[in-house]
Ligand binder design. Structure first.
Ligand SMILES: NC(=O)c1ccc[n+]([C@@H]2O[C@H](COP(=O)([O-])OP(=O)(O)OC[C@H]3O[C@@H](n4cnc5c(N)ncnc54)[C@H](O)[C@@H]3O)[C@@H](O)[C@H]2O)c1
Length: 259
């Protein structure tokens, strides 16, 4: 059985993924702000460094999977938190444990979002994250941005994550580590429950083909099953993929985009 590390597994999609991995007999390590096996604030450099050091201390022989899932959206979340947690909290954690994944021929999964398929992401923000990647400088640039446009910055961080996965996966693959992203649709979790009425209305306007006629929300288990699969050795041929788990919403919105 494997050692699966997952961030943000005290709630929502992460909690469900951790539950099914444990049911399958794996050792699961939840890194979270609260109620984690390792407690760390992944929006900070210190929090990430502490968690990475702890993993090296506990698992010198390596780990089988790293699922970088913690993220924020909904409500009036500061733009700086969206940038630091969603983008750097995932990419820096992934980079920080790659050596542990290499020891076991492991797999890394990053939680993106199907908001990247809805045209909400700003390419200049996503480009800044992917190409400049200096966290302090970027936080300085966004310090006066109104949280009311948080959804745009959210989609931008998730777009940048998906592109980071595509760019990095050939190199990671050549080192024996698969790197993929999951892009969930809207899911019934604390994140969507915390949305402001206008954010909720915008979300509910987006149909999910498998859920026509119902509230357009997926259940955490639908995402967790895909996450557990792509992280596992059963997905050994899958690398560099951004897997939409959104009931077909991406296909509905972008049916001409086949590649
Ligand atoms: N729910 C959705 O509709 C949806 C859709 C697409 C993508 N996603 C993504 O899925 C992931 C999980 O979201 P969810 O809906 O399960 O949300 P959630 O709010 O239920 O869970 C998020 C988890 O992250 C943890 N967390 C928050 N801030 C943290 C920090 N600074 N350091 C460490 N951990 C922290 C929380 O404690 C919580 O356990 C996120 O990356 C989110 O962007 C969610």
């Amino acid at each position: 059985m494997g050692i699966y590390v997952i961030t943000g597994a005290s709630s929502g999609i992460g909690a469900k993924t951790a539950e099914i991995l444990r049911e399958r007999g794996h050792e699961v390590v939840n890194i979270d702000l609260k109620d984690g096996d390792i407690e760390a604030n992944l929006a900070t450099k210190e929090g990430r460094a502490g968690a990475i050091a702890e993993l090296h201390e506990r698992y010198p022989e390596g780990i089988d999977a790293m699922i970088c899932n913690a993220g924020v959206s909904g409500g009036k979340v500061p733009i700086s938190l969206i940038i630091s947690l969603n983008y750097f909290g995932a990419t820096e954690m992934a980079k920080g444990v790659r050596d542990l994944l290499e020891k076991k021929g492991g797999s890394c999964v990053i939680t993106s979002s199907n908001s990247i398929a809805q045209g909400a992401a700003r390419m200049d923000v996503a480009g800044m994250l992917n190409n400049q990647a200096d966290e302090d400088r970027i936080l300085e640039l966004v310090k006066d941005v109104d949280p009311a446009v948080g959804h745009v910055y959210y989609a931008s961080t998730k777009y940048a994550l998906a592109r980071w996965v595509r760019r990095m996966s050939p190199d990671w693959g050549s080192r024996g580590v698969r790197l993929n992203a999951i892009a969930p649709g809207n899911v019934r979790t604390a994140m969507t429950a915390n949305m402001l009425p206008e954010q909720r209305a915008a979300m509910e306007a987006i149909p999910v083909p498998t859920h026509f006629g119902e509230e357009p929300l997926m259940e955490p288990i639908e995402i967790a099953n895909a996450m557990a699969f792509i992280a596992s050795p059963e997905a050994s041929g899958i690398n560099g993929v951004v897997l939409f788990v959104d009931g077909g919403t991406d296909a509905l919105l972008n049916s001409e985009k086949v590649y």
